[in-house]
Design a protein. Structure first.
Length: 256
């Protein structure tokens, strides 16, 4: 959802510059960038959201650590930040205490990664239990503490090993898409741009036109109705490809 600290704005802009470079110089590689995003960025978002925030499945520690690394590499934030901000979003959805509601704050600021720090500081106690649980793994804490440094080091390593252009196509551009999508979904999924299967008393919507980028995370209204569900689909024609990861990575399936 959000990278820790206000440097997330700077990093979003830097990654956008790489994305724009690819769009101008290597437009034919955009499909490769999208596929890398779908493989790594969408996976990271799904793990941060459904596992770290909502504990939708029980999985292995190494899977959570891999997701922590890919979340950093795709700049979608840390498990600790997700656990705090997203928990408060559900508790106070579309009220003045919602950290990133487009009904409270300008939509364009949220698209750039804004969330209200004062609201979070005031209500953080409500998310303390989830934050403490996520923070028990020192590996997760390490990546939270050195998030930006680790993103930079991984980027430098990718450039050194695969070259600048490949780093743009397979690292920096997918990171821009993934991070930008985590911000944008907070806007389009809480406005008029979709449909609702349930009356939740907030502005949560399911948005079909965002499907190619959100890949199942777009069923936001369904998710608000069943926040702990591993599967976001409700109607038969709603397809949630990210549920694949929930099936494969649920360790309880292998102990039956």
């Amino acid at each position: 959802m959000f990278a820790p600290g206000k440097f997330r704005y700077v990093l979003l802009f830097i990654n956008f510059c790489f994305f724009a470079y690819e769009l101008v110089v290597m437009p034919g590689m955009m499909l490769n960038t999208y596929l890398m995003y779908a493989l790594t960025g969408a996976f990271s978002i799904t793990m941060m959201h459904r596992v770290f925030c909502h504990n939708a499945i029980q999985t292995w520690t190494w899977v959570k650590r891999l997701a922590t690394v890919t979340a950093c590499a795709t700049n979608v934030g840390t498990p600790i930040t997700w656990a705090g901000v997203h928990t408060l979003h559900h508790i106070y959805s579309d009220t003045p205490d919602d950290p990133h509601s487009p009904k409270v704050y300008p939509w364009w600021k949220i698209c750039l990664g804004y969330f209200d720090s004062e609201s979070i500081a005031k209500n953080i106690g409500k998310a303390k239990r989830r934050i403490v649980e996520v923070s028990r793994d020192k590996f997760v804490v390490f990546f939270h503490r050195y998030y930006y440094l680790l993103f930079a080091l991984m980027g430098i390593a990718v450039i050194g090993i695969f070259g600048f252009d490949n780093a743009v196509v397979y690292y920096f551009s997918p990171a821009f898409i993934a991070s930008f999508m985590t911000y944008v979904i907070n806007v389009v999924s809480h406005t008029w741009m979709g449909y609702s299967n349930f009356d939740m008393g907030d502005g949560s919507k399911n948005t079909l036109f965002t499907y190619p980028l959100f890949l199942g995370e777009n069923y936001h209204n369904n998710h608000h109705k069943f926040p702990g569900a591993a599967h976001f689909k409700v109607k038969w024609w709603e397809v949630d490809p990210m549920y694949f990861w929930m099936v494969v990575l649920d360790k309880t399936r292998y102990s039956k």
